[in-house]
Design a protein around this ligand. Structure first.
Ligand SMILES: NC(=O)c1ccc[n+]([C@@H]2O[C@H](COP(=O)([O-])OP(=O)(O)OC[C@H]3O[C@@H](n4cnc5c(N)ncnc54)[C@H](OP(=O)(O)O)[C@@H]3O)[C@@H](O)[C@H]2O)c1
Length: 328
């Protein structure tokens, strides 16, 4: 069953429904009127546990599954715990995909990531660049697990003739993001850093790198909309890129965040810190040809994320970890 054939009582299991991507999926399907959404926190159902996962699928019988549960982290977390990244992600995805097949789930959407393309793949990144070259060493363990997940989805399509699919989102940001200064991605890191500067009355914020690297950013609610679109409209062996197709320099991102947060001081750049790849952008022509494009521009997405951050000062992820480093 594709989502187009689903009713508001179709049972849709969103794994990782409290995370950045999963919570956006939950908002999206709730807003559409879906009444039978299934979500479990990791403490209620540890998806690394094969027996518990299989038992849960047999009991709840989801008809559509969107896989947004994973161990996710930045460079430092990947470098510190590569064994956990490969082991947890392999187990989570194998258990979910095996359980989906054995209980006859109609459609599964598995999420890869733009960061698992080869380090030196041509830009913008096309889907056929997957597995054509060496990976970025800092997240190799995570990437190998994700590539195994994509491969399992294609294998299931061939062996069981099931319409399971995979998508490759670019950098995602939005409500429920991780604002821990040690493990966060660049958008939530900047939001917190500029917000803290405003609160402290600081007149400079220093960001890492030259600011000249170009990156693409996708609002989580747009990703959720794309996932629903793909479940309804996409049925192909190849994973499909999901992004805006446009990029900005990190310096432009910093100016946008500063403007939204109301920081009026100087932004300085610590050029001793690495920029990483000069450009990282997805080729989204296949998705656009199907008829889907993003709705939220960067300034609006950052405004919505910042409003969420301000409204959740007592509960946002990473609030107990205090900032350090060059800001201010
Ligand atoms: N963030 C990005 O920029 C980005 C980009 C491309 C692709 N993606 C993909 O999108 C997916 C979701 O990422 P995200 O950024 O939303 O991550 P996230 O905010 O860290 O959320 C991950 C979720 O996974 C759940 N989870 C982790 N381990 C689990 C376990 N053992 N059992 C059950 N649930 C578990 C967590 O549940 P609890 O909260 O209950 O612990 C959490 O809600 C991942 O597959 C990621 O590769 C993300």
């Amino acid at each position: 069953m594709a989502l187009g054939e689903a009713t508001m009582d179709t049972r849709i299991f969103i794994t990782g429904h409290r995370g950045l991507v999963g919570s956006a999926l939950w908002r999206h399907f709730s807003a559409q009127g879906h009444r039978q959404l299934i979500g479990q926190s990791s403490s209620e159902l540890d998806l690394r546990d094969a027996v518990a996962t299989a038992e849960f699928f047999h009991r709840t019988r989801p008809q559509i599954v969107i896989c947004a549960a994973a161990r996710v982290g930045g460079i430092a977390a990947n470098a510190e715990s590569p064994a956990d990244f490969i082991s947890d992600n392999l187990r989570i995805q194998v258990n979910v995909l095996d359980s989906a097949v054995s209980t006859g789930v109609d459609k599964v959407l598995f999420l890869g990531s733009s960061c698992i393309y080869p380090k030196f793949a041509p830009q913008p990144l096309r889907e056929d660049s997957l597995m054509t070259g060496a990976l970025e060493p800092t997240n190799c363990a995570y990437a190998v697990a994700k590539i195994a997940g994509l491969t399992q989805v294609t294998a299931i399509r061939h062996q069981y003739r099931l319409p399971y699919i995979s998508a490759m989102p670019s950098n995602v940001y939005g409500p429920n993001d991780n604002f821990d200064p040690h493990t966060s991605h660049v958008v939530p890191a900047m939001i917190r850093r500029f917000h803290d500067a405003v609160v402290r009355g600081a007149d400079t914020v220093t960001c890492w790198g030259t600011g000249q690297a170009r990156r693409e950013f996708l609002f989580a609610d747009d990703l959720a909309d794309a996932c629903a679109f793909l479940v309804a409209n996409y049925d192909d062996d190849s994973p499909i890129n999901v992004g805006t197709g446009t990029d900005v320099t990190v310096a432009e991102l910093a100016c946008t965040v500063a403007s939204v947060v109301g920081f009026r001081g100087d932004i300085r750049w610590d050029c001793g810190r690495p920029d990483g790849t000069p450009v990282k952008r997805l080729d989204v022509s296949r998705l656009q040809a199907l008829g889907w494009t993003t709705r939220t521009d960067l300034a609006q997405g950052i405004k919505d994320t910042y409003e969420w951050f301000v409204a959740h000062q007592d509960s946002y992820r990473g609030r107990s970890v205090h900032a350090e480093g060059p800001s201010s």
